[in-house]
Design a binder for this molecule. Structure first.
Ligand code: PHE
Ligand code: ZN
Length: 894
C-alpha cells in the first residue's frame, strides 16, 4: 500500500525529459506466476532539456530488480537507488546503454495494469502508467522509442505470442518453450506498448489501402468465440476506408491486430498495431448482442483504429493533453457512426449521453476543464469531460471553420506534427493557421470547466416584420474557478412559421438570403442581440440545431410552440429536443403535484409522432422516449429521486392507457418485419436484419412495448411473453425480459421469475450475455431490488475480479437505478461503499469509477446528504486507500 500522502502533478511544472530513449530491446520470459523482463535501453541526454543533477531517474513500480548494468558494467549498489516508484542511477554519461532485469507476478496483478492474466491468456494494459509495472523506463508520453520485443513462453499454454509492429521470427526452444520476435518500426511512447500470449483462435481478412498496399487484418479471441467476430472485422474495414476518405489517413503497417480479452478495465486500447479490446466490444451475434451492442462495437473498433493517427502517430506531450487524442478521436468515431447509421439519431444519442453524464460531472465536485491543470491519479481523468466534451470542442471548431477549411486544418495538423508528442494548443494553432480564424477566445473552452447557460428571449415587431433574439451567456463557478469569461461558440438556428415551414433567416443589414434553412451565428459576448428582418409572421425559433454547442439553452417557449417544433422541425435533433422539453415540463409539474394528468396537448403531440409514417422510426423512438430520471434530476436544485420516478412511471402509464390502440398498432406493424423463431427448434425462418433501418424499427417497436407494459392487460402480457420466447435477436429478447421483470413484486411475479430462470439457463455459458442478466436485475425499480443485488453478489457467477461483471451488477445498480440506490434508509449507499472498499485494494481504477454516484451527494435532500456523506467519510477513514480513491474523496468532501 501507499505510505505517503499522494501529491498532485501540475501542468505548470511540466519540463521536457532530461533523457530520451531511442531504442528499447525487451525480452519477456513469460509465466503466469513469475515473469522475467530484461530490458536494454539506448539512452541519451535530451539536448532540448535543462541539465539536472546528472542522474537518471526511471519509473518503476512493483518490480523486483535482479540485475542492472550500464554499458555492460554491472552496477554496484552504491551507484543506484531504488524506492517504491523510481530507480535513480547516479552520474550517467551523455549516451549509454542501460540493461536491467526484473521479476514480476502477472497472476497476482488484480489491478489489470501492466502484465496480467485474463482467463487463460497473458496480456498487458499500459495506458496511462502501466508500463512501469513491467520494467524500469521513462514512462511518459513525450519519450518515444523504437521497440524490439522477444517473447518466450510455454508452447502449449501460449502458442500465440503477439506484440506491436511486425513479426520478425519464431523459434522452438528446448523444454517445450518457444520464442517470437516482434519489431515496431515506428517510435512510440511506452503507453502504446502491448503483448499478448495465449491459446487463441484467429480470423483473418485483408484490406487494400488507397495507395494499393495490402494490410493483413487479424482478430484474436478465445476459440469458442470465433464465430462472433464478423461484425468487428467488417467495422474495422469500414473504419479504415472512412479514415482514408474523410481525413486522407492510410494505415501504416502491413499487419493490424485486435485481441478480445475478457478482463479489461475500460472499453479498448489503441496499442500500435495490436489493439486490445474488452470482449464486449468485439463479440456479437444477433442472438447474443443487442442492436446497441452492435453499434457500440462499430464505434469502439473505429475509435481505436482512428487513434493510429490521432494518438499514435501524433501523441500527447503529457497527460494533461489527454483530450488532444481522446476528444478528437471521439469526434471522429461519432462522425463515422453518423455516416454509417444515420446522422440525427447518432447526434441525439451523443447529446443524450453528454447531458446524462458530462453535464452533471461539470456541475459537481469533480468538474474539471477539458485540459485539466492538476491531477493526483491520471486514471481519474479518463472522464466524460475529457472524452465527450473534448469531442464537442473539436466539433465546434469544425463548424466554425466549415468542412473545407476544417479538412485543410487537419491535413496541416497531420503534416506538421507527425511523429511528435504535442498539446491541445498545437491542435488549435493548426485550426487557426489553416483557416485564418482567430480562436484566441475559443481557447477558453479548454481552460474553463462548467457548462455555459444561454438565456434567450425574443420580441416581435409585427409592423416591421422584425424578430429580435437576445442571448445572454453565463457559466456558474466550478471548483477552483469562481469567475468565468464568455466563450466563443457557434449557435445554429432556423425560424419556423405557423404552417411548420422554414422561414428565411436574414439579419438586419444583410441582403436577402438565398433560401430558408439553418444559419450559424457566432456568440462571443455575455449579451448579444440578433435582429431578423423581412418576416411575414412571428416565427418560432429552432435554436441550437444539431446541438451546435455543449450548453444549456433556455427559451420561454409556449407549449404550443414546442408542439409545433416537435411535429415539424426539419432538424431532427431540434425536433427531439423540443419533445424532451415538453416532456420535461410535464414531468417536473407532476413531481410538484402528483396525480396531475398530462395536458391533452402533450398526449396529442405524442400520438401524432407515433402515427408519423414519414419519419425515420429510429428518430421517432428518440422523440417518444421520455427524458431519463437522471437527466430530470439534473434539472432540479435538490433531486427528488422518488418524485421523479413516480412522475415518470405515472406519465408512462397515462400514455400507455390513453394510446393503447395506437401503440399496439404500431407495435404489430413493426414486429411483422422480424423473423419468427420456432421455439422448439430454436431456428428462425430468416436471418435477422441488422441494417440501420431494421434497428430503427426494433427501437420504435420496443419503445411501444415498454409503454404497453406499464399498463399490461392479458393481451399485452401475452404479447410480451411471446416476444421474449420467440425472439430471433437479443434486442427483442431483452426487451421482452425487461417488460416481464416489471412483474416482480406484483401478483404475477412468477412470470418474471420464469423468464429470468429461462434466460439464465440459456446463457449461463456466455459471460457477456450473463452480464446482461445481472444488469437487468440490478436496474429493476421494484422495491426488493437491493436485497436481490445482495444475493447476486453471492451468486456463483459473480466475480469481483472481472470488471465487466462488477459493472453489470454494482455499477448498474448504483449508476442505473436511482430510485433503489437512493432508498431513504441508505441501504444502497452502504452497499456501494462496502463494495468500493472491497475493490479498492484489488483494482483501484475501477473502485474509483464505481464510487461516482456517491460523489454527487450535495444534490440530494438533507437526510440523504448525511447518509451519503457518512459513507464517503467512512471510506476516507480507512487505512491505505489508493491514490485514486484519495483524490476523488478529497474533491467531493472538502
Ligand atoms: N485509450 C483508450 C481509449 O480511449 C482508453 C483506455 C485508457 C484504455 C486507459 C485502457 C486504459 O481508446
Ligand atoms: Zn480513445
Amino acid at each position: 500500500m501507499y505510505r505517503d500522502t499522494p501529491k498532485p502533478t501540475r501542468l505548470e511544472d511540466y519540463q521536457p525529459p532530461e533523457f530520451l530513449i531511442d531504442r528499447a530491446e525487451l525480452r519477456f520470459d513469460l509465466d503466469a506466476v513469475e515473469t522475467l523482463v530484461s530490458a536494454a535501453l539506448e539512452i541519451r541526454r535530451n539536448p532540448a532539456a535543462k541539465r539536472g543533477d546528472g542522474s537518471l531517474r526511471l519509473d518503476g513500480e512493483q518490480l523486483e530488480l535482479l540485475e542492472i548494468a550500464l554499458d555492460d558494467r554491472a552496477l554496484p549498489p552504491v551507484e543506484y537507488v531504488v524506492d517504491e516508484r523510481t530507480l535513480v542511477v547516479q552520474r550517467v554519461p551523455d549516451r549509454f546503454q542501460l540493461r536491467t532485469r526484473v521479476r514480476i507476478h502477472p497472476a497476482a496483478n488484480t489491478a489489470l495494469e501492466g502484465l496480467y492474466i485474463s482467463g487463460d491468456m497473458l496480456c498487458t494494459q499500459c495506458e496511462a502508467e502501466g508500463f512501469r509495472r513491467m520494467t524500469y523506463f521513462l514512462d511518459r508520453p513525450d519519450v518515444m522509442a523504437r521497440f524490439a520485443v522477444t517473447l518466450v513462453a510455454d508452447a502449449t499454454r501460449y502458442p500465440v505470442l503477439l506484440s506491436n509492429g511486425n513479426p520478425i521470427d519464431q523459434e522452438t526452444l528446448p523444454g517445450g518453450r518457444h520464442l517470437a520476435r516482434w519489431e515496431d518500426p515506428f517510435p512510440k511512447p511506452s503507453y502504446l506498448f502491448a503483448l499478448v500470449a495465449g491459446d487463441l483462435a484467429r480470423i483473418e481478412d485483408s484490406f487494400t489501402t488507397a495507395s494499393g498496399r495490402e494490410v493483413a487484418l487479424h482478430l484474436y479471441m478465445e476459440p469458442r468465440n470465433r464465430d462472433k467476430c464478423g461484425h468487428a472485422m467488417r467495422s474495422l474495414k469500414a473504419a479504415m476506408r472512412w479514415d482514408e476518405e474523410h481525413y486522407g489517413r492510410e494505415y501504416d503497417l502491413d499487419l493490424f491486430m485486435i485481441v478480445a480479452v475478457s478482463h479489461f478495465n475500460m472499453g479498448a486500447m489503441e496499442n500500435k498495431g495490436l489493439n486490445v479490446f474488452n470482449a464486449k466490444y468485439v463479440l456479437a451475434s444477433p442472438e447474443t448482442a443487442t442492436d446497441q451492442d452492435f453499434a457500440g462495437i462499430a464505434s469502439v473498433v473505429a475509435h481505436e483504429y482512428f487513434h493510429n493517427w490521432t494518438g499514435n502517430r501524433i501523441t500527447c506531450r503529457d497527460w494533461f493533453q489527454l483530450s488532444l487524442k481522446e476528444g478528437f478521436t471521439v469526434f471522429r468515431d461519432q462522425e463515422f457512426s453518423a455516416d454509417q447509421g444515420g446522422r440525427d439519431v447518432q447526434r441525439i444519442a451523443d447529446v443524450r449521453a453528454l447531458r446524462a453524464r458530462q453535464f452533471p460531472e461539470d456541475a459537481g465536485p469533480m468538474a474539471h476543464p477539458v485540459r485539466p491543470s492538476s491531477y493526483i491519479e491520471i486514471n481519474n481523468f479518463y472522464t466524460t469531460t475529457v472524452y465527450e466534451k473534448g469531442a464537442e470542442l473539436v466539433r465546434m471548431q469544425a463548424r466554425l471553420l466549415g468542412p473545407e477549411r476544417f479538412r485543410a486544418a487537419t491535413d496541416l495538423y497531420f503534416q506538421r506534427h507527425d511523429g511528435q508528442a504535442v498539446t491541445t494548443e498545437d491542435f488549435v494553432r493548426c485550426m487557426e493557421d489553416a483557416s485564418g480564424l482567430d480562436l484566441t477566445q475559443f481557447r477558453r473552452w479548454y481552460e474553463q470547466a462548467g457548462t455555459p447557460v444561454l438565456e434567450c428571449t425574443a420580441d416581435w415587431e409585427a409592423g416591421q416584420g422584425t424578430y429580435r433574439l437576445e442571448v445572454r451567456q453565463h457559466t456558474d463557478p466550478t471548483p477552483g474557478q469562481p469567475e468565468k469569461s464568455p466563450r466563443h461558440m457557434p449557435l445554429a438556428l432556423g425560424l419556423i412559421g405557423t404552417d411548420g415551414r422554414e422561414l428565411p433567416v436574414q439579419l438586419a443589414g444583410e441582403p436577402a438570403p438565398i433560401g430558408p434553412g439553418t444559419r450559424v451565428l457566432e456568440l462571443r459576448e455575455a449579451r448579444q442581440v440578433f435582429e431578423f428582418v423581412g418576416l411575414s409572421e412571428r416565427p418560432v425559433p429552432s435554436l441550437l440545431r444539431g446541438f451546435s454547442a455543449p450548453v444549456k439553452l433556455r427559451f420561454p417557449y409556449s407549449d404550443e410552440e414546442l408542439t409545433r417544433l416537435m411535429a415539424a422541425d426539419p432538424d431532427g435533433v431540434a425536433r427531439w429536443n423540443a419533445a424532451q422539453q415538453l416532456a420535461e415540463r410535464v414531468l417536473l409539474a407532476m413531481v410538484v403535484t402528483p396525480d396531475t394528468p398530462p395536458p391533452q396537448a402533450f398526449i396529442d403531440a405524442f400520438a401524432a409522432a407515433l402515427g408519423d409514417q414519414e419519419a425515420d422510426p429510429a428518430l421517432l423512438a428518440e422523440v417518444l422516449a421520455l427524458p431519463s430520471e437522471s437527466y430530470l434530476g439534473d434539472q432540479m436544485q435538490a433531486v427528488d429521486v422518488d418524485g421523479i420516478h413516480r412522475a415518470r412511471e405515472a406519465l408512462m402509464v397515462q400514455v400507455a392507457t390513453a394510446l393503447r390502440a395506437d401503440l399496439l398498432e404500431r407495435y404489430h406493424a413493426l414486429h411483422r418485419f422480424e423473423p419468427v423463431t420456432d421455439q422448439a427448434a430454436a431456428s428462425t425462418d430468416r436471418e435477422p436484419d441488422l441494417s440501420p433501418a431494421a434497428m430503427g424499427r426494433r427501437a420504435l417497436k420496443n419503445l411501444c412495448l415498454g409503454y404497453l407494459m406499464r399498463a399490461p392487460d392479458d393481451a399485452v402480457l401475452a404479447l410480451c411473453q411471446r416476444q421474449y420466447a420467440t425472439a430471433a435477436t437479443m434486442t427483442d429478447r431483452i426487451a421482452g425480459l425487461r417488460g416481464l421483470i416489471r412483474l416482480r413484486d406484483t401478483d404475477q411475479a412468477e412470470l418474471a421469475e420464469q423468464a429470468l430462470t429461462d434466460f439464465y439457463q440459456r446463457w449461463s455459458q456466455d459471460a457477456l450475455v450473463l452480464d446482461k442478466w445481472f444488469a437487468i436485475q440490478a436496474q429493476a425499480s421494484a422495491p426488493g431490488t437491493l436485497g436481490r443485488v445482495k444475493q447476486l453478489l453471492r451468486h456463483a457467477n459473480f466475480s469481483i475480479g472481472n470488471p465487466n461483471r462488477v459493472r453489470s451488477l454494482i455499477g448498474a445498480f448504483a449508476a442505473g437505478n436511482p430510485v433503489c440506490f437512493h432508498a431513504a434508509d441508505g441501504g444502497g449507499y452502504r452497499l456501494l461503499a462496502e463494495q468500493v472498499a472491497r475493490l479498492d485494494p484489488l483494482n483501484p481504477q475501477l473502485a474509483s469509477r464505481l464510487l461516482h454516484p456517491l460523489t454527487q451527494w450535495r444534490r440530494h435532500d438533507a437526510s440523504r446528504q448525511a447518509l451519503m456523506r457518512a459513507e464517503l467519510e467512512g471510506l476516507r477513514a480507512r487505512d491505505g486507500i489508493s491514490p485514486d480513491l484519495f483524490e476523488v474523496l478529497g474533491k467531493c468532501l472538502d
